[in-house]
Design a protein around this ligand. Structure first.
Ligand SMILES: [Zn+2]
Length: 671
């Protein structure tokens, strides 16, 4: 019998036939697909004909169609509906896949063909998109070390292996320190904590086998504890333990690991011919150079610090009024900020919730996409991997555009957080394929399901990523949809969040679950205002981390990263009552892997753009200005990675983004 994953999918729109796939199908399907892909790669690399764009680059684009099928189905269910067998398969698959892809990128014969094409690129009569795909493919191989030979090649392999193992140790040490520490609370110590924190501390106590409630270092417990506990001594103890993660001495200490990682990254960048690791890392990003990143972060830093300093004075006065003398400490900030929030913007979450029904918020996201881009959504009845999943056919002027799947509810088998992925990416080569896009969230189930405001924002955010996939209109899959620079990929998603804040959208779709009445104006105002609260603190703690990350990688690797971190903070004039969002010994974004190294700035880079891009709508004719919507689709949402991110933004906006809209949006300068 043929494996249902690898057979032709005769379902509507060729959605994976989930109802016919068994977990026992994955492993044999993966083995077959890897073998097939290897055979294709060997055939391309060993082709006796001289390299052409078609027999090399296009052949690579077309290869691996079986592998795409297996991986898209497997990773969808493994992330959103796992079980012990799927978890075991995942542990089994990841080293196999790592070896497979590293084998391709170190295939010298294949690289020779790409290098040959690259040298003759101007004589190949390529379209703009083809030139771009050749450049990206060649560059990907070079950056992976394919052009190195002899000792340099051997050393590169050693460095990669060592970095992978150091990254794993860094993560495991951090988890060990987080698991190890907890602080028992007496019943009296619970005073002042809201019910949800009390419940969480009790559940944590049970999990730790303690007699009663405990505070742990999990962000979902420690942060609300610091926010709500009136016990300054306990806050201090908990805060110190939280910020000491990875720096407790002994076997789980991450400080030397961080230094070794930084040294190896620098060596790796130099082997590849870059001045330092930041130059290597930023080459593929919109920002391009460390100076541009630093310049942007500093433009945000100054007003953020000014706001934080002013806030610190207010919080210090509140603390002194409480009878506590001396300076405001890092374990005091969240507590007094929460008191201030209550006094200034009391927003009753419980009263707000009935106005944010999941189904109405989905309708709102669809309605905005209809007004902006003419998309229509019709429910689609197809078997999916879980009964909670819903599907829609997306059309425009009667033409099929995409299938959109929403898997919104939390369950034990689902990984936390929210995400968007393409189960099939848009492409026109080797055949035309329409995208199948999924949003996976973790909202609480209910009848009707109700969202918090943050949840509603997440829904719009992920739907923004989905639009980037669904409206993609390129030829080659490798540059389709969200295959863009890391510091550009959050632009469509963060931008789409702005439509939730458009008063007419909330007025139409935020209706009360029981009465159907629209949200009252004063509640609407409070919701929008609360979003700006304590932005001095939040911006300062984030930007400080981003600048430290940048300094670590721009120039010679520091022998003592902790000393370098201290110097950077001192140079910035870091407010004493604010810590870094992530300090070096537990900065997993930067040290657990390469993903956000010299890249932690990307969140803010994207935010600068989304604020500036939405301002373009407001300046033009409002949130639904048709010309701006058309420009957004033509230059950003449909173009994938077919051009440089900076060119795409310029084409949309006519100029590069400035920080002003972000500073206004965060309330750091007056509107
Ligand atoms: Zn996102």
């Amino acid at each position: 019998m043929t494996n249902p994953i690898l057979s032709d999918w005769t379902t509507p729109f060729e959605i994976a036939p989930f109802d016919t796939i068994a977990d026992s199908d994955f492993s044999p399907a993966l083995d077959t697909a890897l073998k097939a892909h290897n055979a294709q790669i060997d055939a391309i690399a060993g082709n006796p004909d001289a390299p052409t764009f078609a027999n090399t680059v296009e052949a690579l684009e077309a290869a691996g169609e079986q592998l795409d099928k297996v991986l898209s189905v497997f990773f969808t269910v493994a992330g959103a509906d796992s079980n012990p067998m799927r978890e075991e398969l995942q542990r089994d698959f990841s080293p196999k896949l790592a070896a497979h892809f590293s084998g391709i990128s170190s295939n010298k014969a294949l690289f020779q063909r790409l290098a040959d094409l690259w040298a003759r690129k101007d004589d190949l009569s390529l379209t703009d998109e083809q030139s771009r795909v050749l450049m990206l493919t060649h560059r990907g191989f070079v950056r992976a070390g394919a052009a190195l030979t002899g000792d340099a090649d051997a050393r590169m392999q050693e460095i990669k292996a060592r970095l992978a193992s150091l990254g794993t140790s860094f993560t495991q040490n951090l988890l060990a320190d987080e698991r190890e520490w907890f602080m028992p609370l007496s019943e009296d110590d619970l005073e002042g904590l809201p019910d949800f924190v009390v419940d969480a501390t009790r559940a944590a106590g049970q999990e730790k086998g303690a007699d009663g409630p405990v505070v742990t270092l999990s962000r979902s417990i420690i942060v609300p504890f610091l926010q709500f506990s009136p016990r300054r001594d306990l806050r201090e103890k908990a805060y110190k333990a939280w910020t000491a993660r990875g720096a407790n001495g002994g076997e789980t200490d991450n400080r030397e690991i961080a230094a070794e990682i930084l040294a190896l990254r620098e060596e790796r960048a130099k082997l590849l011919g870059y001045a330092n690791f930041a130059a290597y890392k930023l080459e593929t990003e919109m920002a391009r150079t460390p100076d541009k990143v630093r310049d942007l972060l500093m433009q945000v830093w100054e007003p953020a610090k000014a706001r934080a300093d002013a806030d610190a004075e207010i919080l210090t006065q509140m603390m002194q009024a409480d009878g506590v003398n001396g300076p405001l400490a890092a374990w005091d900030w969240r507590y007094y900020a929460e008191k201030r929030r209550k006094a200034e913007h009391d927003l009753d979450e419980a009263a707000l919730k009935p106005y944010l029904q999941l189904d109405r918020m989905i309708e709102a996201a669809f309605a905005c996409a209809n007004r902006l881009f003419g998309l229509e959504f019709a429910p689609l009845d197809v078997p999916l991997y879980h009964p909670d999943c819903r599907a829609w056919e997306v059309t425009r002027n009667g033409q099929h555009v995409a299938v959109f799947i929403g898997d919104y509810f939390a369950r034990g088998s689902k990984r936390s957080g929210a995400r968007c992925s393409a189960m099939r990416s848009q492409a026109k080569f080797p055949t035309v394929q329409a995208p199948v896009v999924i949003n996976v969230c973790n909202f609480a189930k209910g009848d009707p399901a109700l969202l918090s405001y943050d949840d509603a924002r997440t829904l719009f955010h992920e739907f923004g990523h989905a639009l980037h996939q669904m409206l993609s209109d390129v030829t080659y899959e490798s540059i389709s949809g969200t295959s863009v620079a890391r510091d550009f990929v959050e632009l469509p998603s963060q931008l789409y969040e702005h439509w939730l804040e458009v008063p007419e959208v909330l007025a139409e779709f935020a209706t009360h679950a029981n009465t159907g009445a629209p949200m009252p104006q004063d509640m609407l105002d409070k919701v929008l205002k609360a979003a700006n609260f304590d932005q001095g603190f939040q911006t300062v703690e984030y930007v400080a981390s981003a600048l430290v990350d940048l300094e670590f990688h721009d120039g010679a690797a520091p022998a003592d990263p902790i000393a370098t971190q201290a110097q950077v903070l001192e140079g910035l004039g870091m407010p004493p009552a604010i810590g870094m969002r992530h300090a070096t010994p537990h900065f997993a974004h930067v040290f657990a892997g390469d993903g956000y190294s010299a890249g932690y700035y990307s969140y803010m880079w994207s935010e600068v753009m989304d604020a500036d891009a939405f301002a373009a709508f407001e300046e033009a004719g409002g949130a639904f200005d048709p010309d701006r919507a058309k420009a957004l689709e033509e230059n950003i949402l449909s173009t994938g990675g077919s051009r440089e991110a900076e060119d795409l933004y310029l084409a949309f906006r006519g100029r590069l983004p400035g920080v002003e809209a972000l500073l206004k949006g965060r309330g750091l300068i007056s509107a």
